[in-house]
Design a protein around this ligand. Structure first.
Ligand SMILES: [Zn+2]
Ligand SMILES: [Zn+2]
Length: 321
């Protein structure tokens, strides 16, 4: 498929999900005013966070993809993680508000009015959402877009949530027990909190320069050691820039090599790493093999093995888990 068609499809997918969210927000707001139901309120909050997520992702991704400039020579990759963190805070706040509202209704029960209106709006919501994820599946198949795929996964979860809201309204109507409605609202608040926690953790990994997974570190070390004339390596450290990875290491070489020869070897290692990690930036410090320099590896190992022996402030809190 041509590049422009692929871009167009992705753009249509964004328009589709923003217009569906906007329609649902208006319909659910009307339904909430008519029914005063907490489960419909929770569904309204979810649609609002969905729409905010689409907009924030759009802006964050656009900033993140900007090339490095004079003031930001490492690029702008963290913009996306910052946007995601703000979004997680917003979702967390909404879930808290929902919990307070649901608990208030449990303590002071309140009848749910106009159940039929609520059910009609939730059915409309299921219909629109089902249409949206069918279209999104088409776009994902045609373009392989990760962002649209993530969006689709979320909306599939929303289908279940909408069905649960209908169930809550029906149960309340049939049994006359008004606690069903706030209880479903509490369940949805828990679901929102769980999602916010996941988004926040992934964003923090990028913002806090968390190391790449151990398998990736091992893969890097194996690639480096497999190159001819490499005597050893140490002080490997990695982080995600939000767009690609940053890889740094000390390369141990035969001390009698000329600078030009050492540079050739280093270039080869860098190219191998860039092939294996597309978009990565690689920085290699060259060192004569056998030199015992002050090493990060040692400071970290000391901090773990015997607390207090490493240099002050070299603790490794946060490196586990
Ligand atoms: Zn949603
Ligand atoms: Zn070194």
């Amino acid at each position: 498929m041509s590049e422009s068609r692929s871009h167009r499809l992705r753009r249509y997918a964004t328009y589709a999900s923003v217009s569906v969210s906007l329609t649902l927000i208006l319909a659910k707001l009307a339904a909430y005013l008519a029914t005063d139901s907490v489960s419909i309120l929770s569904s309204l909050i979810d649609s609002s966070t969905d729409m905010m997520a689409s907009v924030v992702t759009l802006l964050g991704v656009r900033t993140a993809l900007r090339p490095p400039d004079e003031a930001h020579r490492f690029g702008h990759g963290k913009a996306e993680a910052l946007a995601a963190l703000a979004q997680a805070a917003f979702i967390g706040g909404s879930a808290l508000f929902l919990t307070i509202e649901a608990v208030r209704r449990l303590i002071t029960p309140q009848p749910v009015g106009e159940g039929a209106v609520g059910i009609a709006v939730m059915l409309l919501s299921i219909l629109l959402t089902a249409g949206l994820i069918t279209f999104q599946r088409h776009v994902v198949t045609a373009t392989g877009s990760v962002a649209v795929g993530a969006d689709r996964l979320h909306y599939s979860g929303d289908l279940l949530m909408n069905a649960a809201v209908i169930l809550a309204i029906l149960l309340t109507g049939w049994t006359g027990i008004s606690a069903f409605d706030p209880l479903f609202g509490l369940g949805i608040a828990a679901f929102l909190l769980y999602g916010a926690r996941k988004v926040a953790r992934e964003a923090l990994n990028v913002l806090m320069d968390r190391e790449l997974p151990a398998e990736e570190r091992e893969r890097i070390a194996a690639l480096v050691m497999a190159q001819p004339d490499v005597a050893g390596m140490h002080d490997l450290r990695t982080r995600s820039s939000g767009v690609g990875a940053f890889i740094e290491l000390h390369l141990e070489l035969d001390p009698s090599l000329s600078v030009a020869r050492a540079h050739d070897i280093t270039d080869r290692v860098e190219n191998r790493l860039k092939d294996a990690f597309p978009g990565a930036e690689v920085l290699i410090h060259q060192e004569p093999a056998g030199l015992q320099d002050d090493r990060l590896d040692h400071r970290i190992a000391d901090g773990q093995g015997a607390p207090g022996q490493g240099a002050p402030g070299q603790g490794v809190e946060g490196s586990a888990g």
